[in-house]
Design a protein around this ligand. Structure first.
Ligand code: DON
Length: 343
């Protein structure tokens, strides 16, 4: 084992990626460009042949997305991006959009409105739970689950459906730092089969926890979930949060820096739905997943790790994306509560 002095020197020079030898060591200096690229490559190579899980199929078109696609990226708070694997393919953002629309509510109306009109409690239940809506007095519960996200789009200040949608899209584009397409086939496929979400929207309306027409909220929410992003865009969206709410490519401020901790807290407690505890236990990073296969994790004040792979586990979270991000978080020693080594 290395002696303490040489370890300190390595940490200070940023040359040491965490191994078992540095479990209790102080936070390492920012990894170098070479180290970032190495760890991204390593995560990609480790899991590229992993075939566990299955594409989402309750939105029929998601079953047709090529399952073998896999991309991993890190974007830093100063806008440097390191990618391995697939980086062009535009997959549907799905639930990864949710924290960013919650950020829009915070930017427009403040964190108090988000807490009071939607809620911030984790449900411990699946993302599309109707039971949660019945058992929690706040109904929408939090903006990371479908009920809270449908409530969030309904809360966006807008005079018409068109304006509501424009604000939602402009906000997500602002986080990504570029204009993004809507995957119309995904929208059609989801809207045609959105019976569960329509039920949720109507129940919220019934309980006075929806702030626009129910079908309008459902349409805007479904369109939001159909925005096409690639792995690189997702990493930049996360890097914007890591950078205190300012996009590092465009310098556009997307939300007040003072509200970022609250948003990250909701991502930590509810970003993985009923797997949020398991994820914080293992990776220790505020994150958001989507049934399109994307996941983004934020290392506050430093960088974001993003991955895309369509095969999901039972909770609706991408298996390879989880494993790749978990690997990088462990290797770089960036879990919020200390270095979480992989076991
Ligand atoms: O509303 C839905 O069911 C989808 N548009 C989004 C769900 C989702 O991404 C859950 N995440 N893992």
């Amino acid at each position: 084992m290395r002696n303490v002095n040489s370890m300190t020197a390595l940490l200070a020079s940023g040359l040491l990626l965490c191994t078992t030898a540095c479990a209790a060591a102080p936070t390492a200096a920012e990894p170098s460009a070479k180290e970032f690229q190495q760890v991204v490559n390593e995560a990609y190579e480790l899991y590229k042949n992993d075939q566990e899980g299955a594409n989402a199929n309750y939105i029929p078109i998601l079953e047709t997305v090529p399952s073998e696609l896999f991309g991993v990226a890190i974007a830093t708070r100063d806008g440097k991006v390191y990618v391995a694997g697939e980086q062009e393919y535009r997959f549907s953002i799905q639930s990864v959009s949710k924290p960013f629309t919650a950020a829009l509510i915070m930017a427009q109306q403040g964190p108090k409105v988000l807490r009071e009109k939607i809620g911030v409690e984790p449900t411990g239940l699946p993302f599309n739970s109707k039971l949660a809506l019945e058992i929690y007095p706040g109904r929408s519960v939090n903006p990371m689950v479908n009920a809270g996200a449908i409530a969030a789009v309904s809360l966006v200040q807008a005079a018409s459906e068109e304006e509501r949608w424009k604000r939602v899209l402009d906000n997500i584009e602002g986080f990504a730092g570029e204009s993004l397409p809507v995957l119309e086939e995904v929208y059609d496929s989801e809207y045609e089969t959105a019976w569960g979400n329509r039920g949720i929207a109507n129940l919220l309306f019934n309980y006075g926890r929806l702030y626009s027409d129910a079908e309008e909220a459902l349409r805007v929410y479904t369109r939001q979930c159909s925005i096409g992003i690639n792995t690189r865009d997702l990493a930049i969206m996360g890097a914007t949060l890591a950078n205190g709410g300012m996009n590092p490519l465009t310098n556009r401020r997307m939300m007040p820096a003072k509200d970022v901790p609250e948003l990250l807290a909701i991502m930590a407690t509810a970003g993985f739905y009923d797997e949020s505890g398991e994820w914080m236990y293992s990776a220790g990073l505020p994150s958001k997943t989507g049934v399109g296969g994307g996941i983004v994790s934020v290392v506050p004040g430093k960088f974001a790790i993003a991955a895309f792979s369509p095969r999901l586990n039972e909770a609706g979270n991408s298996v390879r994306s989880m494993r790749a991000i978990r690997h990088i978080a462990g290797k770089l020693g960036v879990g919020l509560y200390g270095t979480n080594l992989e076991e």
